[in-house]
Design a protein around this ligand. Structure first.
Ligand code: GTP
Ligand code: MG
Length: 183
């Protein structure tokens, strides 16, 4: 019989994680990849990369390359790029309204610079992060995210907490499924 490796296909998937300063992008990735959380804030400079490998099904291995893009970064310096398989995770901080207001700017940025190989916009999910702060008070003025996502072209949304490990896995799985079901 052929060795397992010869029967397995490998898919490389880029997950672009974007949003304002301090919303929790690095924490979400660190939680997803290493299962840890730190209260300590150190701003990301430029872009960091992390990798998680998923056994998708008996014949497919998915290599998830997570792009941790600094909130202080803009895509200004990037020229338009096409990835065959890329998805976007747009993050805001439920305790800071300004970070929600920036979401559409980031989405516009993403769509203007990155597209799938077929020219279509990359699937994007909205992560409403720091939902563990409910007791301390979330933004009272946040709109209904269901309608917001539908109107803004997100494929889904999740209230997440990198601190408590809420919905991080689910949000990323939603993105992976959206790409794996294309083809
Ligand atoms: P930049 O790299 O500057 O763009 O920031 P970032 O989006 O990567 O934010 P980062 O993950 O560094 O988190 C910023 C701060 O928020 C840190 O002090 C984290 O501990 C905290 N934080 C991140 N996620 C959560 C969360 O889900 N809940 C709570 N309570 N705090 C969080
Ligand atoms: Mg960061």
């Amino acid at each position: 019989p052929a060795p397992v490796s010869a029967m397995q296909q490998e898919r490389l998937l880029k997950v672009l994680v974007i949003g304002d300063l301090g919303v929790g992008k690095t924490s979400i990735i660190t939680r997803y990849v290493h299962q840890v959380f730190s209260q300590h804030y150190r701003a990301t400079i430029g872009v960091d990369f992390a990798l998680r490998v998923l056994d998708w099904d008996h014949k497919t291995v998915v290599r998830l390359q997570l792009w941790d893009i600094a909130g202080q970064e803009r895509y200004g310096h990037m020229t338009r790029v096409y990835y065959r398989e890329a998805v976007g995770a747009l993050v805001f901080d439920m305790t800071r309204m300004s970070t929600f207001q920036a979401v559409l700017k980031w989405k516009g940025d993403l769509d203007s610079k990155v597209a799938l190989g077929n020219g279509r916009p990359v699937p994007a999910v909205l992560l409403a992060n720091k939902c563990d702060q409910r007791a301390q008070g979330l933004c009272p003025k946040l709109p209904k995210l269901e309608a917001f996502c539908r109107d803004s072209g997100f494929i889904g949304w999740y209230e997440t907490s990198a601190k408590d490990d809420t919905n991080i896995e689910a949000a990323i799985m939603c993105l992976v499924r959206s790409i794996m079901s294309l083809e």
